[in-house]
Ligand binder design. Structure first.
Ligand code: UD1
Ligand code: UDP
Length: 363
């Protein structure tokens, strides 16, 4: 039983890693790994294969960057001959990126079953490209693996048959738990001269936040205040670096000595950075879930989240994108961390095994 596994962007690698490991316990499954090449810088791609011991991709489509249409079409065109040549029994996709949707479309039209890991996540904001990718992928996938009960509810509401849904937990948490001890040994705090509990970590890359200079400037207004209290470590996504430069906003950051912009860091170093931080500010999806497990307060710089369980768990707050509101949430969180966050059901480090077992039984 041949399963083509698709990855393309940074968060996909943390999701694919435990799946590739879990297949070893299921010899009936012959996995192939395809990298679409959507992310390609060494610190957005290769680094994670090395740190997480992900096997080298069997095939790299080398598609790279482009507009949504060009990138999605490029992946579709490059992936079709791979499916025709290797004749898989299933194609497994993860997450909500353009690679996810493009490969789902190809497989589905060639009558190859599609398994989607992280199905049913919804922000209910269709201006997010990820939401379009999620809704379309889930509407044609055959096996829908969900992380939280609300994902299943969302799918049923959209008319998906219950038999296609499987609540398995969060594969990203498998990766976190497996690498936590290794991350502890990282020297990143020493390298950046940081003391545990005395700094904040920031990531920003959501198109809605960083492609619009007015929105980005508003977030910078809040950061200007926060960096006066404590260093804000900002491993900067290539999209954001580009936009800060083209909008001229990079000049404003030069007046913020404790907003420390660094290149994107590896997974182990980033895990260490997050776990020792006073708080994390982010618009990332994955980081909202990781901070829940790490029990580090997270301020999500967005109006919506596809991870309501992290809000219920008590680790995450929606802080929006207006400076006033971000600062109000920041002040709240540094005076009162709130109750110890609850670990969501099935976020126990065994989610990838559950996926592999379903694949072995169903295909
Ligand atoms: C993509 C996903 C987003 C995900 C994010 C994870 C889509 C629609 N978006 O956003 O959901 O949260 O990845 O990080 O699929 N670039 C580089 N080097 C790289 C990769 C990108 O310089 O290795 C630059 C290029 O200028 C590129 C831009 O970043 O145009 C955006 O890359 P792209 O893959 O289109 O989207 P992301 O913003 O990375
Ligand atoms: N991450 C990392 N280095 C960084 C920033 C993030 O290793 O400099 C990890 C983070 O721990 C998480 C994943 O990258 O596992 C999240 O990716 P990203 O925020 O790019 O995407 P999203 O989750 O929003 O789709």
């Amino acid at each position: 039983m041949r399963v083509i596994n698709v990855c393309g962007t940074r968060p996909n690698f943390m999701k694919i890693a435990p799946l590739m490991a879990a297949y070893r316990e299921f010899p009936a499954i012959e996995p192939l790994l395809v990298h679409t090449g959507q992310h390609y810088d060494a610190n957005m791609s290769k680094l994670f294969f090395d740190e997480l011991n992900i096997p080298r991709p069997d095939i790299n489509l080398g598609v790279g960057s482009g507009s949504h249409a060009a990138q999605t079409a490029g992946i579709i065109k490059a992936f079709e001959p791979v499916v025709l040549e290797h004749k898989p029994d299933a194609v497994l996709v993860v997450g909500d990126v353009n690679s996810t949707l493009a490969c789902t479309l190809v497989a589905s039209k060639l009558h190859v079953r599609v398994a989607h890991v992280e199905a049913g996540l919804r922000s209910f904001d269709r201006t997010m490209p990820e939401e379009i990718n999620r809704v379309l992928t889930d509407s044609i996938a055959d096996l829908l693996f969900c992380t939280q009960q609300s994902d299943v509810t969302n799918l049923l509401r959209e008319g998906v048959a219950k038999e296609k849904t499987f609540l398995v937990g969060n594969v990203m948490v498998d990766t976190l738990l497996r690498n936590r001890a290794k991350a502890e040994a990282s020297q990143i705090l020493e390298e950046l001269a940081l003391s545990p509990g005395e700094y904040a970590v920031l990531t920003l890359h959501r198109a809605g936040n960083v492609d619009d200079p007015a929105r980005l400037a508003e977030i910078l207004d809040a950061l200007e205040v926060i960096q006066r209290d404590m260093p804000v470590i900002f491993p900067i996504h290539p999209r954001t670096r580009k936009n800060l430069a083209t909008s001229g906003l990079v000049e404003r950051t030069q007046d913020m000595p404790e907003l420390r912009m660094i290149d994107p860091v590896g997974y182990l170093g980033f895990l260490k950075l997050m776990s020792s931080a006073r708080l994390v500010l982010t618009d990332s999806g994955g980081i909202q879930t990781e901070t829940t497990i790490l029990r580090v307060p997270c301020l999500t710089l967005r109006e919506t989240t596809e991870w309501p369980i992290t809000i219920e768990a008590g680790s995450n707050r929606l802080a929006g994108t207006r400076a006033e509101r971000i600062l109000a949430a920041y002040r709240e969180v540094i005076t009162d961390r709130g109750p110890v966050p609850q670990v969501p059901p099935l976020w126990d480090g065994h989610s990838a095994e559950r996926v592999a077992r379903v694949l072995a039984e169903r295909l």
